[in-house]
Design a protein. Structure first.
Length: 578
């Protein structure tokens, strides 16, 4: 006699798909698919919708509580679903078993690796300590892998990349000066430290320098064949979830990358920008000394303003109030009579509540003041300095390559730079239908051209622009009026494609009465500026100067979206960490 067919119940409204359910009438399942998957035999399935099911015509409320056999189409669909889930579960079990085997095999290999001990072969030639970019042929010879032996060297650095190929491990080492490919083989590749190597781990490696095989590539066309290495425990970098590749990646939120700036700096792009920055700053110093400007170091604590009081950082200074400097210009002007043309590379501070991509609260300000010049002299000097800085910077092949990596389309700016008066720029903006973003109206003479409009104009013209002769109402108090057009000042902004303004400069008022009238016009008490106004009483002279934002210059040269990536630890509105 055949066994009675077991019945399971599916209530699509009130049932549950869980192990706690028995599938009987009091604890029904929710879906037919789960019921079929749970019971591989061929039982009978009864289905209902206890809350939303339809009531037959002429029936009463209790009619929806009736159990009905599962439809053939629904049962077929549920069977197919169950088969798919069973295959998936079986595959997952296979993967679990495979991972367990791999883990067991790896544990066995690592346990065996712990027993591998390496010692330095003292019979080998003494190793020469070099940096990774050192190519001095007088002390470093490359072996060709056959008869010729290479120099045995000692290098120290951090793991930038690693890859394994059969019984060989390749490591790209970095030390801040360059990169070197290192090859570990034999017992070295079987050691516990090499098998568990993590990125950013510091290493000391000894070995022979050899040319890379034909067709292969490596920094300086060479690789180090290691014969000994050392990794003290405290030199090891975190792995697993704490690995640097998990904490810092290109897809990470920008604010997180700024919080982890100390780790992000280890990436190739960030470090390249800062290495280029070092080269550019060196080039500015070189160019200024070529032009016989003397370097000064003006104070950072001040009690006077230069660019308006709204952007001053105020702080207590013993029993007085002081500010962080907005600019060193006024102090540099006092150096002209005794030291000739001067410059400084110092920090400036602007308390602007701005979050644009080209504003910082603390930035590196390259400023210069030139004596006995005309406005045209000032423009010629600016053009000469910037182009010469680029020549010196790109004369270094490594820096040139870094700039090419960061900004493949960079080209030396064409000289002379385009010179455009403010009034002509207003006409250009009107002609190109670029409106004043504050008024939503066409630009008119007297408007302060906003950053967005200025940048659009520069990007369309696509070459450096000296924008000159701004209205005196929108410029600083110390800028003199143009003799030929008293509506405007002898002032200039240098605009670069992709960034906008990177330099602001002007002639300086050298007439005492004019300067005092400017103080009165701006409502500034001249008394605290006695040391500045005295320059006009004791042998004044026509002079001018400028300030260049190093981070903006770098953003243009290295094609960086924001100046925040062009300094070590950016400080701007709301951010003063880490």
């Amino acid at each position: 006699m055949a066994a009675e067919q077991k019945t399971f119940y599916i209530d699509e409204d009130a049932g549950k798909d869980s192990e706690e359910q028995t599938g009987d009438e009091t604890l029904p399942y929710k879906t037919l698919g789960y019921a079929v998957l749970t019971h591989t035999e061929t039982p009978k399935f009864l289905v209902r919708k206890s809350l939303t099911g339809e009531i037959p015509e002429g029936g009463d409320e209790s009619a929806r509580l009736e159990w009905k056999p599962a439809a053939k189409a629904a049962l077929k669909k549920a069977v197919n679903y169950a088969k798919t889930q069973q295959k998936k579960a079986a595959k997952e079990q296979e993967q679990i078993a495979l991972r367990a085997k791999e883990e067991a095999d790896r544990k066995k290999v690592l346990d065996e690796a712990k027993a591998v001990v390496i010692d330095e072969d003292k019979s080998l030639p003494e190793a020469v300590k070099i940096r990774l970019d050192d190519t001095d042929s007088t002390k470093i010879q490359l072996g060709d892998g056959a008869d010729k032996k290479g120099t045995r060297v000692r290098v120290l650095g951090r793991v930038h990349r690693e890859r394994r190929q059969k019984d060989i491990t390749f490591v790209t080492l970095k030390d801040g000066y360059g990169f070197m490919q290192v090859l570990f083989q034999g017992n070295l590749a079987k050691t516990y430290d090499i098998l568990t190597l993590t990125r950013e781990t510091s290493m000391e490696i000894l070995g022979e320098l050899k040319e890379v095989p034909a067709g292969a590539k490596a920094p300086h066309n060479r690789e180090l064949h290691a014969d000994y290495f050392s990794i003290p425990e405290e030199w090891k970098a975190a792995g697993g979830e704490e690995a640097i590749t998990n904490r810092v990646s290109k897809d990470q939120d920008p604010s997180v990358l700024l919080d982890l700036r100390h780790l992000a700096l280890r990436g190739e792009e960030r470090s390249k920008v800062l290495i280029v920055r070092d080269a550019v700053e060196y080039a500015f110093n070189t160019v200024y000394h070529e032009l016989r400007l003397r370097k000064m170091s003006p104070p950072a604590f001040v009690q006077t303003q230069v660019e308006g009081g709204a952007t001053l950082f105020k702080l207590p200074y013993y029993n007085e109030e002081a500010y962080l400097t907005q600019s060193s210009q006024l102090y540099l002007e006092t150096c002209l009579p005794s030291m000739g043309d001067v410059y400084c590379i110092e920090k400036s501070f602007r308390a602007e509540k701005s979050l644009t991509r080209r504003h910082l609260a603390e930035y590196t300000h390259i400023e210069a003041e030139l004596d006995f010049i005309t406005f045209d002299d000032l423009l010629d000097h600016l053009e000469q300095v910037m182009c010469r800085v680029l020549e010196i910077t790109l004369a270094d092949p490594i820096i040139k390559q870094y700039v090419a990596d960061l900004n493949p389309d960079f080209q030396m700016p064409e000289r002379p730079f385009k010179r455009m008066k403010y009034a002509d720029a207003i006409d250009w903006l009107v002609e190109h239908q670029i409106e004043n973003e504050e008024t939503q109206q066409p630009h008119k003479f007297g408007d302060d051209i906003a950053e967005a409009a200025e940048r659009r104009m520069t990007d369309i013209i696509n070459r450096p622009i000296f924008l000159t002769h701004f209205p005196f109402e929108i410029k600083a108090f110390y800028m003199p009026k143009d003799v030929e057009d008293p509506r405007v000042t002898e002032s200039v902004d240098c605009l670069m494609p992709g960034v906008g303004e990177i330099v602001g400069g002007s002639m300086r008022m050298h007439n005492y009465d004019d300067l005092m009238a400017a103080f009165a016009r701006e409502g500034i008490d001249p008394a605290p500026y006695y040391w500045y106004t005295d320059q006009r009483k004791y042998g004044s002279s026509p002079h001018g100067g400028y300030g260049l934002g190093l981070e903006r210059f770098l953003a243009w040269l290295c094609k960086q979206h924001t100046v925040r990536d062009c300094c070590l630890y950016p400080r701007y509105f709301t951010r003063c960490k880490p």
